[in-house]
Design a binder for this molecule. Structure first.
Ligand code: HEM
Length: 437
């Protein structure tokens, strides 16, 4: 049989599974080894898909912008999260995606965002008030905090007793996304993931129906979405709103958790950087962080960018070609998977000085390493699927860091040897202990 990717460097991995097991075990190591062996363009076979990985900013630009509208995000993501988060915005393409994105945009407008700011600070203050001095697992702390924020800001309820169940349901659905065995046998991650999804659909289904019955729309994201209309003035079907909410909670929750955990961990290991951030957030004098403040919070912004560079919450963006095309001159036959990777791009030695070091000043005027190419630093993606929640994420991360470091100091043991597993969304392999004083 003719090999349609014979012109692309690389190997086909192990029989049947290809590179799946190596990828799941050590995505960064595998990608780095491939880069050293084959260069910035190589073939891979993961979860039954034959594809090409591109590691240059120019290819990343061509993939995100997709001028010919031939790269399907739905087909790219479907073999990992398709069954678990179906019909979410990232699992829609072209005109259908555009139509849904326009409706959802109503819940992410400037006015809507301004309405979320107070709730983000209120929940944060409540959590941090009760936080005793001493050791704490920063990943777990941030996970609880961001879930509570998501519940109150996005869903408009305090999940209370349901919080643990919803948290579990998400964790199961996310873990299932990279499991190689996709048969719902008892006790398997896949079965737990599908059950998690069913639980989320039940919770959100009840909530959407209740919101539609209310005469006065509230200001939380779910209510805005439940009452948002298409260009024809129609409400979205309830199932669509539920699917969007399930996906949104995924997109919003683990991504901000991981950013905050990595950022606070790095600031704990780099006291001088922490001092600069602390001085700046103390100057806010208790005022809430708003999108308008971002220009003033220069050190906080750079530290956040550096956390997103080192540990991007969405490490790979997969697509699938629906027609033949060329990407940076490489022929991509229809049906081929295409992947770009912020994980590798953000530490590519051709572009960054000391790529593994935490060095927020690389984003400062005079250096601005990220500006060497429009698509070198892409934590929020780009093009039609650019993260719709990037401003919400920025406010959330900065508000939590500001509220914590205005009154407390965090330290960590540099010998703790924390290892972060980068896929599907970065997560420490063991405890990530900080001491808070
Ligand atoms: C630091 C936090 C976050 C990061 C790094 C992040 C990153 C990303 C990236 C890279 C994509 C595009 C993936 C691709 O093109 O394949 C994306 C899409 C998306 N994100 Fe985020 N995200 C974050 C937080 C959020 C939040 C807080 C929300 C919602 C409140 C959100 C909602 C979404 C949605 C709905 C999409 C799909 C957009 C579309 O397909 O049109 N994200 N995100």
């Amino acid at each position: 049989m003719v090999d349609p990717l014979a012109h692309v460097p690389g190997d086909r991995g192990w029989p049947l599974v290809g590179h799946t097991l190596m990828f799941v075990r050590d995505a960064r190591g595998l990608t780095e080894r491939n880069r050293q062996r084959y260069g910035d363009v190589y073939r891979m076979r993961v979860l039954g898909r034959e594809g090409i990985t591109f590691l240059t900013p120019q290819a990343t630009r061509e993939v995100f912008l997709d001028p010919g509208k031939v790269l399907s995000s739905e087909q790219g993501w479907s073999n990992t999260i398709g069954d678990l988060f179906r019909n979410g915005l990232m699992l829609r393409d072209f005109d259908d995606h555009h139509r849904h994105r326009r409706v959802m945009q109503q819940a992410f407008s400037r006015a809507a965002l301004a309405g979320y700011v107070d709730a983000i600070h209120d929940v944060t203050d409540r959590h941090l008030r009760d936080l005793p001095d001493g050791d704490v697992d920063v990943y777990l702390l941030m996970k609880r905090l961001t879930l509570d924020i998501a519940a109150e800001v996005f869903v408009g309820v305090s999940l209370g007793a349901e919080s643990e169940r919803v948290n579990r349901a998400f964790a199961d659905a996310v873990a299932a996304s990279i499991t190689p065995l996709r048969v719902p046998l008892p006790g398997t991650p896949w079965r737990r993931g599908l059950r998690g999804r069913a639980e989320l659909v039940r919770v959100f289904g009840d909530l959407v129906a209740a919101r539609r019955r209310e005469a006065e729309p509230r200001t939380d994201l779910l209510s805005r979405l439940a009452h948002a209309t298409t260009d024809d003035g129609e409400l979205l079907p309830v199932d669509d709103v539920v699917d969007h909410m399930v996906f949104l909670m995924l997109a919003a929750h683990d991504t901000t958790t991981s950013t905050l955990a990595v950022l606070l961990w790095q600031l704990a290991l780099h006291p001088a950087e922490q001092d600069r951030v602390a001085d700046e957030v103390r100057a806010l004098d208790g005022a809430p962080v708003t999108p308008a403040d971002h220009g003033d919070l220069v050190h906080t912004t750079r530290a956040m960018q550096e956390a997103l560079r080192l540990s991007p919450p969405v490490p790979f963006s997969p697509r699938r070609a629906t027609a033949d095309l060329e990407i940076t001159g490489v022929h991509v036959p229809a049906g081929t998977g295409v992947s770009v990777s912020s994980l590798m791009l953000h530490r590519h030695p051709d572009w960054w000085t000391r790529p593994d070091a935490f060095d927020p000043d690389r984003f400062a005027p005079g250096r601005e390493e990220h500006k060497q190419h429009s698509h070198l630093f892409v934590p929020f993606g780009g093009g039609a699927h650019l993260c719709i929640g990037n401003h919400v994420a920025e406010v959330m991360v900065k508000a939590i860091v500001a509220r914590l470091l205005a009154t407390r100091r965090v330290t960590a043991d540099p010998r703790a040897g924390v290892v972060i597993s980068p896929i599907p969304i970065p997560k420490p392999k063991g405890p990530m202990l900080l001491t808070v004083r």
